[in-house]
Write a protein that binds this ligand. Structure first.
Ligand SMILES: NC(=O)c1ccc[n+]([C@@H]2O[C@H](COP(=O)([O-])OP(=O)(O)OC[C@H]3O[C@@H](n4cnc5c(N)ncnc54)[C@H](O)[C@@H]3O)[C@@H](O)[C@H]2O)c1
Length: 246
């Protein structure tokens, strides 16, 4: 090995100059990721069903996109000039409705099939750097949920999809990992926070004893997109204040 062997270089935590595409970017976690990537020298395209509620800072642009729509996802991939990081944050859950077949399919389509659809569409762009994919799991990647079976099924399957995509995409040098967020203060989790019994059950198991802010996940996304994590592939990382461990 020579002195200049890149595998022996000091770790590089930078995402400067990268372009990230973040679905669900008008939401809490996607929005926080977009701001963090821009703060660290990247540019970002956020996509969502709805426009962001606040004006976007320089370096972030918005593209309307329903992640259930094959043609629209393909068109979005063709429209962005580059994609070095693809993060699939779009999501919804339908409490009490997800035992119905149509609702079950719809929730799976957004979270799980959406992850596959997006990766397929953006693969050629990701190949150029080569870049990486970050899927989003959940605490429900690890246990069931009587009220939201589709959400829990999709999030459990994200672990398997992430492993499988990592193996399939390795030939292109594209890494695929996932983040499993804990209990985060965003619109999707509002009803859980507001229900006293549910909230008390979560807090009793949670070592940090508090709901977290979406910005607290961003360091892990930046790390997974940086050269410093070049050896990490196919894993789902809980970022949960110790919930899974307890
Ligand atoms: N907040 C939490 O506690 C928590 C915990 C674990 C995992 N997650 C996951 O994190 C991801 C981001 O969630 P969040 O907390 O930011 O929620 P959020 O509700 O703030 O954002 C979700 C965004 O997804 C968008 N969206 C929904 N359906 C879409 C579709 N068909 N096409 C395009 N966009 C669509 C919504 O418009 C919204 O802006 C989701 O996958 C969610 O399941 C959240």
């Amino acid at each position: 090995m020579s002195e200049t062997d890149p595998h022996k270089a000091m770790p590089d935590f930078s995402v400067r100059g990268q372009h990230a595409v973040i679905t669900g970017g008008s939401g809490g976690i996607g929005g926080a990721f977009a701001r963090a990537f821009v703060a660290h020298g990247a540019t970002v395209t956020i996509t969502d069903l709805v426009e962001p509620s606040a004006p976007l800072p320089a370096g972030i642009d918005y593209l309307k996109l329903d992640v259930r729509d094959d043609a629209a996802v393909a068109a979005a991939a063709a429209a962005v000039p580059r994609c070095d990081v693809l993060i699939h944050c779009a999501g919804r859950l339908q409490r009490f409705e997800e035992h119905k077949v149509d609702t079950f399919k719809d929730v799976l389509d957004i979270h799980l099939v959406g992850a596959l659809r997006l990766a397929n569409a953006f693969r050629d762009k990701l190949k150029a750097r080569p870049g990486c994919i970050i899927n989003i799991g959940s605490m429900y990647s690890y246990f069931g949920a009587a009220m939201i079976p589709a959400y829990a099924s999709a999030k459990t399957a994200i672990i398997g999809l992430t492993r499988s995509q990592a193996l399939a995409y390795a030939e292109d040098g594209i890494r695929v990992n996932a983040i499993a967020p804990g209990w985060i203060n965003t619109p999707i989790s509002r009803r859980g926070r507001e229900e006293a019994a549910f909230n008390a059950k979560v807090m009793a198991r949670l070592p940090t004893g508090r709901w977290s802010e979406p910005e607290e996940l961003a360091g892990t996304a930046l790390f997974l997109a940086s050269p410093a994590s070049a050896l990490i592939n196919g894993v789902t990382i809980p970022v949960d204040g110790g919930y899974v461990a307890s």
